[in-house]
Design a protein around this ligand. Structure first.
Ligand code: FE2
Length: 490
């Protein structure tokens, strides 16, 4: 189906209950966009000739109750770079749950802030828990996979049309992490599932052709929340933390997540090709996202953004309080695990709070020098509303920052390698910058529109070298990626 044949959806969210996660920058778009040619300020690098796709929540229908940003239907935003002007398109992902709601003309599912399990009569085979596919998008073995950690992956095309669930031949019909990792050396995809029932954790190995070749059951003591993991050249690494999954609480209107220090925190290390996990006890920490990890001289080193569990709740409005956001901007932390002594060291890497860590993915699993994240320069007030792009040089110890401006929110900064580059940091960072909604405070003065900014990764402090002006304000979103164009995309 071409863009012109696409039967567009139109949203009807009015936020009738005045919920914070449906207001301000969380306000969803009501329409999809077709191939809009974009104006650019500055100079786009010639080597930037692929496409950026970002995923994020954008509910189509007025929620039936408490709404959390993790609940919203996925909308994908794509900017294609090539000769001439960049071109923007957006599409909802038509999961079977959303199709059931489209057929009904209204929301059928409750969200994390008020779980409601619809009947099979209402949603057919779409399942009792909604799969919004709204968290991340990756490309592996020629397929684009939109991801949501409580459900299987959803395949979409490069044109952003929905193909359907990717269950690896029916072998993975349950949860699939939103943060699988492609090993740049082998082309394999490493993934995991965290589950509400024993064994509570599974590791999955998918070969470079996209076949699931191995699943390892990993027995945990109880159901935990695990958003991300670490993949090194020879190991996969899991952090089993005290952030517990509490389905019963969620069904009774409470939070799906519960911080339980009695659970403790341990780091599990599984060698590629083996079945036995070796565990290392450490101080309590929940790591939301990881930068990278590697093993050198018998020491596993990895780093990530640590959240304090107390602030991490999905009950209605809880995660959106000023107190919650202030308590929990994310603390950059390095972990070192000595394989022979069993000692684990945790070191805070920066006093700047932030999240959405990224690296040059060609260095996944091996020692790397440069890290990137987005952060709060001032006092955080709304969760995830970062205002600053940060780069770190771990060899020199230098940090560079760029503040996006008063009233501006900057999303995840994705590293794009310069095809002509030689060094790890030869490339660009691309990120969506959006006004919160107060035009008078905004750098994008008289319109509520977002920019896709392009920065030289070697000189973040200099600010964007180009701004691609999007035709609308993109709502707060999660993760994106940069992908090579296929012949049919340009
Ligand atoms: Fe994530």
């Amino acid at each position: 189906m071409t863009a012109t044949e696409h039967a567009h959806l139109v949203g009807n969210v009015t936020n009738e209950r005045d919920q914070p996660m449906l207001s301000g920058l969380f306000t969803p778009l009501a329409t999809e966009s077709d191939d809009v040619a974009l104006e650019v300020t500055g100079d786009l690098p010639a080597g930037l000739s692929g496409m950026y796709i970002r995923n994020g929540p954008n509910p189509l229908f007025e929620p039936r109750g408490g709404y959390h940003m993790f609940d919203g239907d996925a909308m994908l935003h794509r900017v294609v770079f090539g000769d001439g002007q960049p071109v923007y398109r957006s599409r909802w992902i038509r999961t079977s749950a959303l199709e059931a709601e489209i057929a009904a003309g209204r929301s059928l599912y409750g969200g994390l802030g008020g779980l409601h399990l619809p009947s099979r009569k209402e949603v057919g085979t779409a399942g009792a828990i909604k799969n919004p596919a709204n968290t991340n998008i990756i490309e592996h073995a020629g397929r684009f996979l939109a991801l949501y950690e409580a459900a299987p992956a959803t395949e979409v095309t490069a044109e952003l049309e929905t193909v359907g669930l990717q269950t690896f031949g029916g072998q993975l019909t349950g949860p699939f992490t939103a943060h699988p990792k492609v090993d740049p050396r082998t082309g394999e995809l490493h993934a995991f599932s965290y589950l509400s029932e024993p064994p509570f954790l599974q590791y999955h190995q998918i070969d470079s052709s996209g076949e699931l070749v191995r699943t390892v059951d990993i027995e945990l003591t109880e159901a935990v929340v695990m958003h991300d993991f670490v993949v090194t050249e020879n190991y996969v690494v899991f952090v089993d933390s005290p952030l517990l999954m509490d389905l019963e609480s969620a069904l009774n209107g409470g939070s799906m997540f519960r911080w339980e220090p009695a659970h403790g925190t341990r780091i599990g290390v599984l060698a590629h090709g083996e079945d036995e996990v070796r565990w290392f006890q450490t101080e309590d920490a929940y790591v939301n996202h990881f930068w990278n990890g590697w093993v050198e001289d018998g020491v596993l080193t990895f780093s990530g953004s640590v959240l304090t569990g107390e602030a991490y709740s999905t009950s209605e409005n809880s995660a959106m309080t000023t107190e919650g956001a202030q308590a929990d901007p994310g603390t950059p932390t390095r972990f070192s695990v000595n394989f022979s002594s069993g000692a684990v060291l945790q070191e805070q890497l920066d006093d700047l709070g932030g999240d959405f860590p990224r690296i040059n993915e060609q260095y996944l699993g091996v020692k790397n020098r440069y890290r990137y994240m987005v952060a709060f320069s001032g006092v955080p007030d709304v969760i995830g509303h970062f205002d600053t792009v940060v780069s770190y040089d771990d060899l020199s110890g230098e940090r560079a920052t760029w503040f996006a401006g008063p009233g501006m929110v900057v999303g995840e900064a994705v590293f794009v390698a310069d095809p002509e580059g030689d060094n790890e940091n030869d490339g660009w960072l691309i990120a969506v910058v959006s006004p919160r909604g107060l035009a008078a405070d905004s750098l994008i003065s008289d319109s509520l529109r977002s920019d896709l900014v392009v920065m030289d990764a070697r000189d973040v402090a200099a600010g964007p070298i180009a701004r691609v002006h999007l035709p609308e304000r993109l709502p707060f979103g999660f993760h994106g990626g940069y992908f090579a164009l296929r012949a049919a995309d340009s």
